[in-house]
Design a protein around this ligand. Structure first.
Ligand SMILES: C[S@@+](CC[C@H](N)C(=O)[O-])C[C@H]1O[C@@H](n2cnc3c(N)ncnc32)[C@H](O)[C@@H]1O
Length: 485
């Protein structure tokens, strides 16, 4: 780093005690070092206003620094006791939900002002949609096995068979989940320690990250809120598979969960990379069925282990209601027209719009072929006509279908976290639609796109926030853009 870029306050790797004063978008606590020349900002992810923390500087520039949380030395006065095990996936579970909503709203709107250059965003704000279930809202969890655990007394790693989550920021260290985390299914999580014990007694090893070896890798569970069933997937490597009796493991799970166990799948995953996806590899059905059915807004959706599905289905209903409310606000721009549902996943939004409009033709596009197959099956299952799905990259699809330019009045967009590639966004703008309903799970990329859309004449008419993931920093936005010039 050049001298000019340095600051006089902190150095990289320095460990210091910081009082968290504020909250920035994405779950970063803000600490400040005050001096006569003003205050210097240090962002500390996963911390709360009011906490005193020990943190290590990970990045330091002239204007601000970032630090990694080492320990919380003093709790914030806002924190409350909850009967759940603390996990990295729920860093704000001790903060009352109303305060979580306040921080999420303020930090997201400020992002639209700073990055999206929308000064009057407060006036355009429509609704903060809350999750119907504040706890136990998730329908999927991926638990990892690890041969390295964490000793809470010495605060160091130790050789140990663990089943739970990775420790925050340490890819090779596991931490047991010994009871309900408050996010997923209580019965499953209260029994995870028994599932771990069963696996220990087989004498087979859990995955050792640094050595890249071991038998047990992941235990993935999907839940249906409609049927209350659980679909499990045990992921292992192959070399010692003959020593593990999969049917006996299925019997063990049946004894615990009874009729709730819809099925057990087994995945062989011999990839040795650090970042393997829990469900990659070859999948076989051991017991029961390989799919569960979930219901959203009265429509049934069949979900397999690998397909994308909204993680908080009860809240997804409220999200979809908001999207459909914005789409149908002006029915003249939907009925008897072609509506595009870009980045459509399993086609849920398009199907709901089709079922609530007159003679609208819905075109859904998603890059994942299996999601499109599910979309087609689900449309059939729900007797929905007027929908057409394409497995393609949105940018390529629009290049090969110029006939839609100037023919579309409403576009629905729901891209993945990375947002929309600028070239693809330009092709979407070229369609020259009257309006776009843009759903985003990453308002930072959406705020960036807002500036580009603004340059093309699209202004925000209204925006809502949906708290799909309580106790995390995530927030979903639904924004209605209209073309003014
Ligand atoms: C947030 S999900 C959409 C969810 C969907 N609207 C639903 O409610 O089920 C984002 C989707 O974008 C898709 N995707 C990512 N990049 C893409 C691309 N370049 N072209 C088309 N689809 C893409 C992903 O496969 C994923 O299904």
């Amino acid at each position: 780093m050049s001298r000019r870029e340095r600051n006089q306050f902190v150095k990289k790797n320095q460990v210091l005690e910081l009082k968290i004063e504020d909250y920035a978008f994405g779950g970063k606590g803000i600490a400040r070092i005050h001096s006569e020349e003003g205050s210097f900002v240090i962002f500390v992810p996963n911390t709360l206003p009011g906490q005193l923390v020990k943190a290590q500087i990970s990045k330091s520039s002239k204007k601000y620094a970032e630090a990694k949380l080492i320990d919380v030395l003093e709790a914030s006065q806002d924190e409350i006791q909850v009967p759940y095990q603390d996990i990295p996936g729920a860093p704000y579970i001790q903060l009352p939900i109303e305060l979580q909503h306040k921080y999420k709203k303020e930090s997201t709107l400020s992002l639209f002002k700073k990055i999206g250059k929308v000064e009057n965003i407060d006036a355009l704000f429509d609704e903060f949609v809350t999750s119907p279930n504040v706890f136990h809202y998730r329908n999927k969890m991926e638990y990892g096995f690890s041969a390295i655990g964490y000793d809470r007394i010495t605060k160091r790693d130790k050789d140990e068979f663990t089943l739970g989550f990775k420790r925050r920021g340490v890819w090779w260290m596991g931490d047991d989940l010994n009871k309900d985390s408050g996010l997923f299914d209580k019965q499953m999580e209260d029994h995870l320690k028994n599932i771990k014990q069963y696996c220990i007694e087989t004498g087979l090893d859990p995955w050792h990250g640094p050595k890249r070896e071991g038998f047990f890798r992941y235990f993935v569970v999907r839940k249906s809120f409609k049927t209350d069933e659980l679909l499990c997937n045990l992921v292992t490597t192959s070399p010692e598979l003959e020593k593990f009796d999969l049917n006996k493991f299925a019997d063990f799970l049946k004894d615990i969960f009874g009729k709730r166990l819809a099925g057990l799948l087994h995945t062989i995953n011999d990839e040795t990379g650090d970042r393997t996806i829990a469900t990659s590899g070859s999948l076989n059905l051991v017991y029961g069925k390989d799919k569960i059915v979930e219901q959203l807004l009265g429509l049934d959706f069949e979900i397999s282990m690998k397909s994308f599905f909204q993680t908080n289905p009860k809240c997804a209903e409220k999200l979809y209601n908001k999207v459909v409310e914005y789409v149908l606000e002006d029915k003249t721009k939907v009925d008897n027209t072609v509506v595009m549902d870009l980045f459509c996943g399993t086609g849920t939004i398009g199907q709901i719009v089709a079922s609530k409009s007159k003679n609208a033709q819905i075109i859904g596009v998603d890059i994942v072929a299996s999601a499109i197959e599910d979309a087609e099956k689900n449309a059939k299952r729900n007797n929905i006509t007027g929908v057409q799905f394409f497995a393609a990259d949105v940018g390529k699809f629009l290049t090969s279908h110029p006939e839609y330019e100037n023919k579309i009045k409403t576009i629905i967009l729901d891209p993945a976290r990375a947002g929309i590639a600028p070239k693809t966004l330009q092709k979407i703008i070229n369609l020259n639609a009257d309006r776009m309903v843009y759903v985003s799970c990453n308002p930072a990329t959406q705020a960036r796109d807002t500036e580009l859309l603004g340059a093309a004449g699209y202004v925000i008419k209204k925006m809502s926030l949906v708290d799909q993931f309580p106790h995390t920093a995530h927030i979903e936005t639904v924004v209605l853009f209209e073309k003014v010039s």
